[in-house]
Design a protein around this ligand. Structure first.
Ligand SMILES: [Zn+2]
Length: 174
């Protein structure tokens, strides 16, 4: 399967602040998910930061973590926020979004999220519970979000592209 890899597009000073100590924890089984939730119980209430790394694995970090730190500065296949519920017999995913201002991934990164959740033994929802439409304004160069279906730049009122155009992506996978 082929995926798109997204480079970090956020501020350089945030990238410089990331360190190995802040890297996200890879979770590839339900045991990993349970262990991580036991160590980070806030994730059940306020959610967590996640990325899907270039190997297709889910990596989790506490909510206020930067995505670029969670990803160790690497490209990602997906990034956003995730919230779990401690259901029996196993935790479930109640919210998952593509909200990452560091990577601004397109909603089409869902396929990578679905694959990573399956790999961790979690049942994915039918899609992102909240979808973010990131666009780069070609008039002023700022990255902005499409709000309520209005494809208009919040900074300069110019029209926004109908398709994702934030930066350069590359195809990865086989
Ligand atoms: Zn603009």
């Amino acid at each position: 399967m082929r995926f798109l890899a997204y480079p970090y597009v956020g501020p350089e000073e945030i990238r410089r602040r990331s360190s190995d100590a802040l890297a996200g924890t890879p979770v590839s089984s339900l045991r990993d998910v349970r262990d991580w939730l036991a160590a980070n119980p806030d994730a059940l209430v306020e959610g967590a930061t996640y990325v899907v790394d270039l190997r297709g694995s889910l990596r989790l970090a506490p909510r206020r973590s930067e995505h670029v730190a969670c990803a160790s500065g690497e490209e990602v296949l997906a990034a956003g926020e995730i919230r779990f519920r401690d259901d029996s017999p196993q935790p479930s995913v109640v919210e998952v979004t593509n909200l990452s201002t560091g990577y601004c991934p397109d909603v089409t990164c869902w396929a990578a999220v679905e694959g990573a959740l399956n790999r961790a033994g979690l049942r994915p929802p039918s899609g992102f519970t909240t979808k973010m439409l990131f666009r780069r304004c070609t008039a002023c160069g700022q990255v902005t979000l499409v709000k309520d279906g209005w494809f208009v730049c919040v900074f300069c009122d110019a029209d926004l592209s109908s398709s994702w155009n934030v930066g350069a992506r590359r195809e990865v996978g086989d």
